[in-house]
Design a protein around this ligand. Structure first.
Ligand SMILES: Cc1ncc(COP(=O)(O)O)c(C=O)c1O
Length: 363
């Protein structure tokens, strides 16, 4: 049987380079709590993103929980059903109520008009996602948020390196949360970060992620442990060195997919608009013929050891725990959910493996 092709594969830098950094940790014996690698990665990340304030986290989910707490969100939070469950879980874990509204029919991002329709006097904020790392109508969403004076939080988990109209996508919203999980374009094994807009907010977030400790004898509230450790931060620094090359390789694969898929009737790879510099985190393909055909292709791929994923099927609102949530009409999200298949994409996806994928897609 041929080798398994996963939806993604992490990039791991040369082990010798990582060992050098690990030796430094063994010498310093500082394993966590804002150590030197943590400080350096935070600084380099801020520089790279062109933002002033970054706070590293142990994962994006804790980042989302802390972001919700830092923004002091209350009541109902308008969000998307077309995402990884962590988006909605972070609202529920905060004791708030998710209200699900429809997305656009392109990359599956929140539709600002639908958001506006759902706003009432219980609405406390908006939690939007840059789905697949592809920005939606971020200007439209900001307008709605401003009009009703609502905080706008972005789950930007897969969006590291993405630009919109020349600016980092992390420039949008009151706070934006990234993930460095093993499935992401750059990884720290597990990890995350919050980008904030002011020094005061960064200080607040940094306290919240460290049990709300102010000093040895004082706490300022009910914080949590959201800290990234030194082993993870060192990995982040090292990955960063290769970031440009990684995106280039991903882009080449995406373009190769496009050149084949545009000739396959009924299939469409998401076309990246000129306003977006994408990180090619995902390669989502939409099947015009709908769910049965998509599912058939998913199974055919599996039979051939190619593990594509139906991101995001089912919708979050179709899981039992969310079945009784407040939703509006979710036509676009449902259509996307039933027609999408994400193809394998990672820098080291070889030519032969790529051919295997295309052969089945064309069958
Ligand atoms: C949209 C989205 N939000 C949140 C998360 C959670 O990230 P983490 O695994 O770093 O907690 C993910 C992870 O894959 C994600 O895709």
């Amino acid at each position: 049987m041929s080798n398994k092709i996963f939806i993604t594969q992490p990039f791991l830098p040369p082990l010798e380079e990582y060992t050098e950094l690990l030796k430094m940790i063994w010498t310093s014996k500082q394993l966590t709590n804002n150590g030197p690698f943590h400080q350096q990665f935070e600084k380099e990340l801020a520089n790279y993103l062109g933002v002033k304030y970054v706070s590293l986290f142990n994962n994006a989910t804790t980042g989302l929980l802390v972001a919700i707490k830092a923004l002091e969100l209350k009541g109902e939070i308008i969000t998307t059903p077309y995402s990884f469950v962590a988006t909605a879980h972070s609202i529920m874990w905060s004791g708030l109520t998710p209200v699900f509204v429809d997305t656009d029919s392109y990359a599956g991002n929140l539709n600002p008009e639908k958001v506006e329709e759902a706003i009432n006097d219980k609405t406390g904020g908006i939690l939007a996602v840059h789905n697949y790392g592809i920005p939606g109508d971020v200007d439209g969403l900001q307008k709605v948020a401003d009009k009703y004076n609502l905080p706008l939080l972005y789950d930007a988990a897969p969006a590291i390196g993405v630009k919109y109209k020349g600016n980092s996508i992390f420039d949008y919203g009151d706070l934006a949360v990234a993930s460095f999980h093993g499935t992401k374009v750059i990884t720290t094994f597990e990890g995350g970060a919050i980008v904030s807009r002011s020094k005061e907010m960064k200080i607040k977030i940094d306290q919240l992620k460290n049990f709300s400790i102010l000093d040895e004898e004082k706490i300022t509230g009910v914080g949590i442990n959201g800290k990234m450790n030194e082993v993870e931060a060192a990995m982040g620094l090292l990955q960063f060195k290769y970031f440009g090359q990684l995106i280039k390789k991903r882009k080449a694969i995406y373009q190769k997919y496009d050149s084949h898929i545009k000739n396959i009737k009924g299939l469409k790879l998401f076309l990246i608009p000129k306003t977006i510099e994408y990180n090619y985190a995902f390669a989502p393909v939409f099947f015009a013929a709908g769910k049965n055909y998509r599912d058939e292709m998913y199974l055919k791929m599996r039979e051939n050891n190619i593990l594509c994923r139906k991101y995001w099927y089912p919708l979050i609102t179709e899981h039992n725990v969310y079945k009784n949530s407040v939703t509006s009409d979710l036509t676009n999200a449902k259509k996307n959910s039933e027609s999408v298949l994400c193809l394998p994409i990672y820098p080291e996806l070889g030519k032969l493996d790529f051919k295997r994928i295309i052969k089945i897609l064309k069958s």
